[in-house]
Structure formats: structure tokens, C-alpha cells
Design a protein around this ligand. Structure first.
Ligand SMILES: Nc1ncnc2c1ncn2[C@@H]1O[C@H](COP(=O)(O)OP(=O)(O)OP(=O)(O)O)[C@@H](O)[C@H]1O
Ligand SMILES: [Mg+2]
Length: 410
């Protein structure tokens, strides 16, 4: 009944998880704001979704792209930028894909053929094209030009949006390439064309193009600070934090109420249920981390073969997952600059009611409370790991549990 083949949990795999929890705000931002506004020709910024490792950034935008493709849109595959790679080549390749979806290669206009040829050159040479300056045009201009053609074709179609998803954006370390990329996408987003409305009047409208960038919070430093105002004006940044317990519980409710449908060995359908206590235990153990939620679910699934997952099986499965859960949190902590890690440790060492800036500064050995300011601010606004209320609290509940208790041991 419960086998590796029918297990619906997927820790770490780069797919859209079958057992999906929460993120309703971001999904409805796409469905109710970004897509309809861009489709209607209204201006709407691109979206940047950042967050610590494993918070579900890639899955979220993959799901948005799936939604989009199902609505008939032209969506690029998730473009993952490997460390040090030239992002312009990858993006040029993807824009050519969008041009194909829009049927542009069969167009007879010279303008369009030239635009395609220029982006083909970018796909081959990337940022190095800047240096050669083949026809005096920078790579970003070629990308924008073709995106505008794609957008214009989408306007003519009337019902589709061209969606671009670039993942692991923190890996774009070449400043020139980053700036070219952000300008290309930003210019396409803010480009307006004139269209004729019923009655013959001409009005300008934005193009039905949507852009999602996803990656680690470090991207904010690279793009936000240095590229400055232009980037901030054209993209809206969201930092993901832990998923609410209610959302996680709701995701498991299908197991509790009706049972999760699986195919039996004989091919007939069976259902795998969960004791309410088993669902509650999974929610409790994973501390809002989507990755640990999938991990706890997977291990519980494998902890028995009967048609009901029990609370004891969840705990037994978790014992096998503890090392991985520890490694997950340690990976997050190890990535932090030493000062930020120190602050978290100082904060964790204090009783919850005493986690004030003053006490934390003392614990860190600072003479002035203002010295913790910038570090605390980064942990709050850039990373979403803490909340600088009075007192400070942890938003990253797995980090809190790891630093303040025996967790993940249960
Ligand atoms: N909304 C969700 N509900 C349930 N599980 C989720 C959700 N989002 C992501 N997950 C699971 O969490 C894990 C991590 O997701 P994902 O790879 O998308 O995170 P990420 O933020 O892109 O991580 P990284 O920074 O390592 O790239 C995956 O196992 C995925 O299945
Ligand atoms: Mg990812």
C-alpha cells in the first residue's frame, strides 16, 4: 500500500510537490494582480522572491508557471543560473523560445528577423558581445527588442502573457551581466506600445510580459544596493518565511479526512490515511520549513506499510530524518556572515521576554546598542529570519528550535 512509487512527498526534488501547503498570498498575487493587470496593459512590476534555502522559492514560481502554461500563456522553463555562468546566454535562449511560441520566426518583417538574429548572437556570445559591439548595440538592447516583439505578438493574440522565470539569481556574480539583464527585463516591463481602441482612438499600453526572479536573499545586496533605484522601482521584492502551521495542517487534512488516493498492486485504488495525531506531529516537527515538511512526510510514509500513518510512525520516521534536519539548519546558519550568526546565538541564549536590542548588544559584547542595528536589520528585512519587535522574535522557527532546544531530537 505505502511504497516508494506512490509516496506523494518529495523532499528536495525540484518539482512541484503533490502535497502543497500555503503560499496563498503569492499565488493570488499572480492570479489576481500580476497576470490580469499585465494582460490588460496596465503597468505592474516584476516580482523578486527571495528567501533562505529550502523555503520553497523555486517550487512556488514553478507552480505559478504551471498555472500560467495551463492558461495558455507562453512561459519559459525555470532558468536556473549556475554559479558563474553567463546569464545573458541562458536568457537569450529562453527569449528565443518565447519568440518561437509567439510564431515570430515565420514573420516576414525584416525588423523581426533582425531582432531574432541579434538575440541568437547573444545566445552564443553572451556578455562578451558587449566588448565586440558587433553592430554597436549592447546585448540588453537586443533582448529588450525581441521581448517587445514577443509582447506585441501577445497583445495581438489577446489572451496570453509571456512569463519569464529566472532562478538562483544570486549566482549572477558578474556585475555587468547582472546590470544588462536587469535593464533588459526592466525595459521590456516598462515598454509601452500604442494600440487602437474601439472608436479609433490610440492609447498606450504595457505589454503582457511578467518576470519572476527567485534566489537567496544575498541577491538583494547585489541588485538592490548597487543597481539602486532603477531595480527597486521595476521589481517588487518578497522575502519568504516559514509556512504557517494552519496551512501545513490544511495540506494534510486530505490524508486525515478522505485518505490520499494511491494505486494498489492490483491496479485498484486504495487510500492512505493519517491519524489526526500523526498529521499534528508532522506539523510540529517541521517548524514551518517546507523542506522538512516533505522530509517528515516521506519518512513517516516509509515507517510502515499499513493504510494508516500513525503518530508513532511519524516519530519513528523522524528519527531517521534528524541528521538531515540538522544539516538543513546548519547549512542556513553557516551561510550567514559571522556577526549575523553571533546575533542569533546571543538572541537564542536569552529568555524570550528579554530578547531586546539592549540585552542582545550586551550579550554580544557591544558597548552601544546601536552597534547591533545594521546586523539585526539585515536578519529582519533582508533575510526574514527574525522580527525586530519588542522583544525580538524568531521568524525562522527551525533556526529558533535548533538554537534553543534539543530539536530536531524529539
Ligand atoms: N508550498 C509548499 N508546500 C509544501 N512543500 C513545499 C512547498 N514549497 C516547497 N516545498 C518543498 O520544500 C522543498 C524546498 O523547495 P524549493 O526547492 O522550492 O526551495 P528553494 O527555496 O528554492 O530552495 P533553495 O534555496 O535550496 O533553492 C522541496 O522539497 C519542496 O517540495
Ligand atoms: Mg531553489
Amino acid at each position: 500500500m505505502r511504497t516508494a512509487l506512490d509516496n506523494p512527498f518529495s523532499p528536495g526534488s525540484d518539482t512541484i510537490p503533490e502535497v502543497w501547503a500555503g503560499r496563498t498570498e503569492q499565488l493570488s498575487d499572480w492570479r489576481d494582480v500580476v497576470r490580469p493587470r499585465r494582460l490588460a496593459g496596465l503597468p505592474e512590476r516584476g516580482r523578486t522572491i527571495l528567501g533562505e534555502p529550502g523555503l520553497g522559492k523555486s517550487s512556488l514560481v514553478r507552480r505559478i508557471a504551471q498555472d500560467s502554461a495551463r492558461a495558455g500563456d507562453w512561459a519559459t522553463p525555470q532558468l536556473r543560473i549556475p554559479a558563474g555562468a553567463d546569464p545573458l546566454k541562458l536568457v537569450a535562449e529562453a527569449v528565443l523560445g518565447l519568440a518561437n511560441a509567439a510564431g515570430l520566426p515565420s514573420a516576414r518583417e525584416k525588423r523581426i528577423n533582425d531582432a531574432i538574429a541579434r538575440v541568437q548572437a547573444v545566445a552564443v556570445s553572451g556578455i562578451s558581445l558587449t566588448l565586440r559591439g558587433a553592430d554597436g548595440r549592447e546585448p540588453y538592447a537586443a533582448l529588450t527588442e525581441l521581448l517587445v516583439e514577443v509582447g506585441t505578438a501577445a497583445v495581438a493574440n489577446g489572451r496570453v502573457v509571456a512569463l519569464i522565470h529566472i532562478d538562483e539569481v544570486q549566482n549572477i556574480t558578474d556585475e555587468k551581466a547582472l546590470s544588462q539583464l536587469l535593464i533588459a527585463l526592466g525595459d521590456a516591463l516598462s515598454h509601452e506600445i500604442e494600440v487602437e481602441v474601439p472608436g479609433g482612438a490610440r492609447v498606450s499600453r504595457s505589454l503582457p510580459i511578467a518576470v519572476y526572479l527567485t534566489g537567496l536573499p544575498d541577491f538583494e545586496d547585489m541588485a538592490g544596493a548597487r543597481k539602486g533605484a532603477t531595480f527597486a522601482r521595476r521589481f517588487k521584492t518578497t522575502t519568504l518565511s516559514a509556512i504557517d502551521d494552519e496551512d501545513l495542517a490544511e495540506a494534510l487534512q486530505e490524508f486525515v479526512l478522505d485518505g490520499w488516493q494511491v494505486a494498489d498492486a492490483g491496479g485498484s485504488a486504495g487510500r492512505v490515511r493519517m491519524e489526526p495525531g500523526a498529521a499534528a506531529a508532522i506539523v510540529d516537527l517541521c517548524r514551518g520549513e517546507p523542506f522538512l515538511f516533505q522530509l517528515a512526510g516521506e519518512q513517516a510514509w516509509y515507517a510502515g506499510t499499513s493504510s494508516t500513518i500513525t503518530a508513532a510512525q511519524v516519530r519513528q520516521g523522524w528519527r531517521g530524518a534528524q541528521r538531515e534536519a540538522t544539516a538543513h539548519v546548519e547549512r542556513i546558519l553557516e551561510r550567514l556572515p559571522p556577526r549575523e550568526r553571533q546575533l542569533l546565538q546571543a538572541m537564542a541564549g536569552l529568555p524570550t521576554s528579554e530578547r531586546t536590542a539592549t540585552r542582545i548588544a550586551e550579550a554580544m559584547g557591544f558597548s552601544k546598542v546601536t552597534e547591533v542595528g545594521p546586523t539585526a536589520q539585515r536578519l529582519d528585512t533582508v533575510r526574514g529570519i527574525i522580527d525586530r519587535g519588542k522583544p525580538y522574535t524568531f521568524r525562522h522557527r527551525a533556526v529558533e528550535a535548533y538554537l534553543t532546544s534539543d530539536w530536531p531530537r524529539s
